[in-house]
Design a protein around this ligand. Structure first.
Ligand code: CU
Length: 317
């Protein structure tokens, strides 16, 4: 295994770099995708404290299998292979080893420029799992490491150098459910609500998320205008988007339109229900009453299951 030797100056450069890097983090292009084939596009927004980046090294997360990096003109590409923590099924075969680290070296990416480094592969993890790609940028006299991984329930935005991560989305309708009871499908007028669930919270976690799919089979648009539950003092509908390479979530103004004939998915990493001032953290295995209010369909009462925050790690069976 090849290791990079860092010059002594690296430590000082790191301190200075951290001031700069608070503004733009290395991130992945898509923050939330279903399991299956996945193109990891890692963005490098700046160099090390003003210096050009000449090496980008990415340590791949467990569960990202069959990885193949994309060569880049002007950069040498090297991979390190090794064993996965377990065997996976890939196109009908068992795979237990593959590329674990990718390094593009010998390049020249000035601090003022931006670039993307691409690795294609397959995400094999349960919905809700967060897979972090640890990114290290090396420059002539220093490095920037994006290697902090948020603990369960911790906000990655609170980290100074978060590793870019992707969250596995819930399988779309029709897929079999691994994580426990799914909410029943509920019809309300032209709307069909399905696959609703609440994310289990850690003790002390201030807010929890909820997700559901809403299909409008009618000829007129409807609008989700409010959410409430006796389990939380305050419930809101939130959007989540990348702004200047940082994930930002905020209450949506005027609710969420459910266009005629279309399906709107509230899911991790996107539109979601947000429950604040909870009386008790949502616990896996619980079911909680949630009321959604629509402009036309009116109030719809649901009972939503609470599922593990990470998705199937085997403990819920
Ligand atoms: Cu939110």
């Amino acid at each position: 295994m090849r290791r990079f030797i860092l010059p002594l100056a690296a430590a000082c450069a790191l301190t200075a770099a951290s001031l700069v890097t608070a503004f733009a983090h290395s991130t992945l292009e898509s923050a939330e995708v279903p399991a299956g084939s996945y193109k990891a596009v890692v963005r490098i927004p700046h160099g090390c404290d003003g210096q050009a980046t000449n090496t980008v090294r990415i340590d791949l997360p467990e569960g990202f299998i069959g990885a193949k990096p994309m060569p880049k003109v002007g950069w040498q590409l090297a991979v390190e292979k090794g064993d996965y923590a377990k065997a996976y099924k890939l196109h009908g075969n068992d795979v237990s080893s593959g590329v674990k680290t990718v390094t593009w070296s010998g390049g020249d990416l000035p601090d003022d420029f931006y670039d993307e480094f691409v690795i294609s592969g397959t995400l094999s993890a349960e919905p809700g799992a967060r897979l972090a790609f640890v990114v290290t940028q090396l420059c002539k006299n220093g490095q920037v490491a994006w290697n902090e991984i948020a603990a369960e329930g911790q906000d990655p935005r609170s980290l100074e150098h978060p590793a870019p991560f992707v969250t596995i989305a819930a399988a779309s309708a029709g897929g079999h459910d691994h994580g426990g009871a799914a909410a029943d499908t509920v019809k309300a007028g032209d709307l069909t609500l399905s696959g609703g669930w609440l994310r289990a919270m850690l003790p002390g976690q201030p807010a929890g998320g909820g997700y559901i799919t809403i299909a409008n089979g009618g000829a007129a648009a409807d609008r989700l205008v409010a959410v409430s539950t006796p389990a939380a003092g305050k419930s809101e509908i939130h959007s989540m988007e990348m702004k200047d390479n940082v994930m930002v979530m905020r209450p949506v103004d005027g609710g969420v339109e459910i266009p005629a004939g279309q399906t709107v998915e509230l899911k991790p990493g996107g539109l979601h229900l947000m429950f604040m001032q909870v009386t008790e953290p949502f616990k896996e295995g619980q079911s909680l009453p949630v009321t959604l209010e629509f402009e036309k369909a009116g109030k719809v009462e649901l009972t939503l299951p609470v599922k593990s925050a990470t998705g199937g790690d085997g403990h819920q069976h």
